[in-house]
Write a protein that binds this ligand. Structure first.
Ligand code: COA
Length: 189
């Protein structure tokens, strides 16, 4: 309910706003608090943002004024394609999800040009599977660079969690999406 909000989209269940580094201190303070909470929820040390002055933060605000989604994006130059492992014979969707959660992921060492890095993407647990993350990425694609709509090929995900991998595979329409910032520091962009 800030007086000046940069509203990117409005939906029956809430709205998406964008916060930029030049915004008032109260907005940046809130974003910092949310990022800390998201990092705790992700449960491990997150890579620091590359260049804070060029980050864009999208927040999904529910109709009851709660932050139920957060996406932090940054400019990157390179991404690395996830190498899809052959799945064992899998009968059900649950089996597929269980398998995805257990296995580690690997990616190519060949850098591919990318523009937008999704440093953090998080949705409040009770509000997941309502396309909140998908809607935030759609908004990001049309607002990351003024006047252009990013293709899915120009986006990379920072060291995805099992949930993030399942989501990105579905959103990008392939398990071979781009990643960056993975633990092998030599290859981080
Ligand atoms: N398991 C299996 N498929 C999943 C999934 C999951 N946990 N999360 C998303 N998907 C797939 C589904 O196909 C889904 O469509 P459907 O619900 O119609 O089947 C599609 O992706 C779109 O999902 P969406 O509703 O837009 O995602 P979300 O709002 O639930 O948010 C995350 C997805 C990953 C952001 C959310 O699970 C989350 O915050 N997880 C904890 C933080 C985290 O791990 N972030 C990822 C960092 S890389």
């Amino acid at each position: 309910g800030w007086k000046k909000e940069r509203i990117l989209a409005e939906y029956p269940d809430g709205r998406i706003i964008m916060v930029l580094p030049e915004d008032p201190k109260y907005a940046l303070k809130k974003v910092d608090e949310i990022r800390e909470m998201v990092d705790n929820d992700l449960g491990f040390q997150q890579a620091p943002l590359m260049c804070y002055s060029r980050t864009k933060t999208l927040l999904f605000i529910s109709n009851d004024k709660k932050v139920v989604g957060c996406l932090i994006a940054e400019h990157i130059q390179w991404g690395y394609r996830v190498i899809e492992e052959k799945l064992p014979v899998i009968r059900s969707e649950e089996e597929k999800v269980r398998f995805e959660r257990q296995k580690a992921w690997c990616c190519s060492t060949l850098p591919e040009p990318a523009i937008c890095g999704i440093s953090r993407i998080w949705v409040f647990s009770m509000m997941r599977r309502k396309k909140i993350a998908s809607r935030m990425i759609e908004c990001l694609r049309s607002n990351f660079i003024y006047g252009s709509y990013l293709s899915k090929e120009e986006i990379a995900f920072s060291d995805p969690t099992p949930d993030g991998k399942l989501f990105a595979t579905q959103y990008c329409g392939t398990g071979q999406f781009l990643v960056y910032n993975f633990i092998n520091g030599q290859n981080s962009t």
